[in-house]
Design a protein around this ligand. Sequence first.
Ligand SMILES: [Zn+2]
Length: 460
Amino acid sequence: MTLDLVVKGGTVVTAGTQADCDVGVAGETVVVLGRDLRGWREIDARGRYVLPGGVDVHVHLSPPVEPKPGVEVWCDDFYSGTLAALAGGVTTVGNMTFQREGETLRGALERDLAAARRDAVADYILHPVLMHPTDAALAEIPALAAEGHTSLKIFMVLDGFDGQVDAYLDAMRAAGRAGMLTLVHCEDGAVVRCACRELLAQARTATRWYPETRPVVSEAVAVERAIAFGEATGAPIYVVHLSSAEALERCRRARAAGRAVYVETRPLYLYLTRERFDEPDGAKYTGAPPLREHTDVQAIWHGLRAGEVQSVCSDHAPWTLAQKLDPALTATTTRQGVADLETLMPMLFSEGVVRGRISLARFVELTTTNVARLFGLYPTKGTIAVGSDADLVVWDPQARWTVRGASMHSRAGYSVYEGWEVQGRPVVTISRGQVVMEGGAVTAARGRGRWVRRGPTERL
Ligand SMILES: [Zn+2]
């Protein structure tokens, strides 16, 4: 039998196995793993790894508010963002879909589904962000889960969070019962606002003081509370972009006690520390939480190695350098988020696997398998097995290259890792059996990406 596509002679790596074999694809699906397979199209992967396509469940490719003149929003959409994804070996993205003023959760999802259907070149899932926890919004939760939207995002840092905390707890309970995972942005709004008032009183308003507005304690106390909320409501929780040793220790204890608490970190906290804010253009590093100390970086790497951190996702929330360095911005208004989709996997491979901090199997777990399981995508996504979607990345572990934001696909046009020397990169990306990137050139047609219906969250 001649297959549609065969990836030949590579080392096929999944979270649990590593074997030299061919991967045979028919249509959109992996149908056979073996030797001497024949295909209409054959890709030579000798000397290379064949990895499951990356699953980055934390990206921002749609604006949280209605775009209008005078309102600055993230500079990528589903098109440019998913081009960056495929170039970086990520074949599935999870977008934060904000419920806007007067909008239902379903209305928000339908708005972004329409945009993604038109523009996305990679596959996608959407996380409804509960901004207005009204009775009507809470009542939507079970049906959304039943339709395959099995996650819900909440922001503890919002000004309105504490005033509506009862409703947020009810939402978590409903989400947990429906098989959803609750994603929690863990920073305490009151602590952050208190720190901001103090900085203003001291006239420390320049963006270089940004880290002072969001101290570690604001994250640690929010994580502690989110864990308690999970326990009280029976809801599994996923702590997004964890940044500090203290917050990680709280999660580690909760997990050791058997709680369904999962930890995501993002690249910023693995490679950069807070001194960056003393650079003249330090505002370009702004993310929430801010960059932390070297000891925090060490703790998170240890957490990746030890299995205390389950995922590394980009939190791709891109701005151009001009937007980031706008001189009108202050420590409390500086724009949060950076472009990181295209660098997510290569940087983690280079700094993690090549430098011996994490194993190749852990790299696959952190970037694909764990996330696919937590978000109800496994085993359609997140592994290479007979019956799985043929989302494959042919990875050259020797390639050496230098990060240049201007030559990447995000409209941000810069990278916070500008000039970093990296070893390892995807050379071919295959999405559902289709070659969509080769040698850095993304060839996918606009709108080819597909929404993925999800099952319930799986416990890790
Ligand atoms: Zn985010």
